[in-house]
Design a protein around this ligand. Structure first.
Ligand code: PEP
Length: 255
C-alpha cells in the first residue's frame, strides 16, 4: 500500500457564523504553512462562499467543503441544497453518511448511495462516513456493519469513481465522546475496510484510497493514529473548531 497524502479534514458541524469562519481561517493559515498534510474544512453552508474567498486571498492550502447535500440535481425540495450549488460557491468536497445524519436524520445507506452518485456526477468529492454503534461494537458486529455500509453506500459505484473518494471510518461511540479508538483497533478496522474495497473494487483502488479515522481525535492522540499503516488521514470534529488545536493535529505536534 502506498499512502498518497495524509488528509486531515475538519468538520465544524453546526458551528460558526461567516465572521467566525473568516477569523478562524485567518488564524489557521499561518500556523499550517509548513505542513505536508492536505487540509480540508467542512463548514456550514452559509460560510462556504466567504471561507473559499478568504482561503483564495491568503493563498492557504485548504480545501473547503460541505457537510451534506441532497441527491437530486435540483427541484422542489424545500430547505435542501444541491451539489451544483455547492460547487458554484467553491466547495471541493462533501461529507456524506456522517453518523449524525444516519442517526438523527434517519439516513439509510441506500439514500446515501444516491447522494454519493450525485456528488460524483457533479464533480464534488465525497467523503463517505461509516462506523458502528456502541451496541454493535460490543456485540462483535463491527465488521459486518462496516461491510454492509460500504456495500450499501457504494452500490453501482465504479472503481474509477471510488478512486476519487475518501472513506472515513468513524466508530459512533467515539464521536464527540472523548473515547478515541485504540490505534490497534482502528488499524484493524481500517485494514478490514481496505480488504472489503479490494474484494469488490480491486486491489489497485483499495491500495490508494484515503481511509480517514474519525472520533475524538485530539493533538494528544493524532500521532499514534496516523502512524498506523492503514490510517491515511483524520476526520476531526470538536478539535477542528479551534485554529490552535486543529493546527497542532495538522502539524503533528503534541499539545
Ligand atoms: C466528527 O464529527 O466527524 C467527529 C469525528 O467528531 P469528534 O472529533 O468531535 O469526535
Amino acid at each position: 500500500m502506498s499512502r498518497t497524502s495524509t488528509v486531515i479534514a475538519g468538520n465544524w458541524k453546526m458551528y460558526k457564523t461567516t465572521c467566525e469562519a473568516k477569523t478562524f481561517v485567518e488564524s489557521l493559515a499561518p500556523l499550517i504553512k509548513k505542513s505536508q498534510a492536505t487540509v480540508y474544512l467542512a463548514v456550514p453552508f452559509t460560510a462556504i462562499d466567504q471561507t473559499v474567498q478568504v482561503v483564495k486571498e491568503l493563498g492557504a492550502p485548504i480545501t473547503i467543503g460541505a457537510q451534506n447535500m441532497n441527491d437530486a440535481a435540483e427541484g422542489a425540495f424545500t430547505g435542501e441544497i444541491a451539489a451544483r450549488m455547492l460547487k458554484d460557491v467553491g466547495a471541493g468536497f462533501v461529507i456524506l453518511g456522517h453518523s449524525e445524519r444516519r442517526q438523527i436524520f434517519n439516513e439509510t445507506s441506500a439514500f446515501i448511495n444516491k447522494k454519493v452518485k450525485r456528488a460524483l456526477k457533479d464533480s464534488l468529492q465525497p467523503i463517505l462516513c461509516i462506523g458502528e454503534t456502541l451496541a454493535q461494537h460490543e456485540s462483535g458486529e463491527t465488521e459486518s456493519v462496516l461491510k454492509g455500509q460500504l456495500q450499501g453506500s457504494l452500490e453501482g459505484v465504479t472503481s474509477e469513481e471510488l478512486s476519487k473518494m475518501i472513506i472515513a471510518y468513524e466508530p459512533v461511540w467515539a464521536i464527540g465522546t472523548g473515547k478515541v479508538a485504540h490505534p490497534d483497533d482502528a488499524e484493524k478496522a481500517h485494514a478490514f475496510v481496505r480488504s472489503v474495497l479490494a474484494e469488490a473494487w480491486g486491489k489497485e483502488v483499495a491500495d490508494h484510497i484515503v481511509i480517514q479515522y474519525g472520533g475524538s481525535v485530539k493533538p494528544e492522540n493524532a500521532v499514534d493514529l496516523i502512524r498506523q499503516p492503514n490510517i491515511d488521514g483524520l476526520l476531526v470534529g470538536g478539535a477542528s473548531l479551534s485554529a490552535d488545536t486543529f493546527s497542532k493535529i495538522i502539524n503533528g505536534l503534541l499539545a
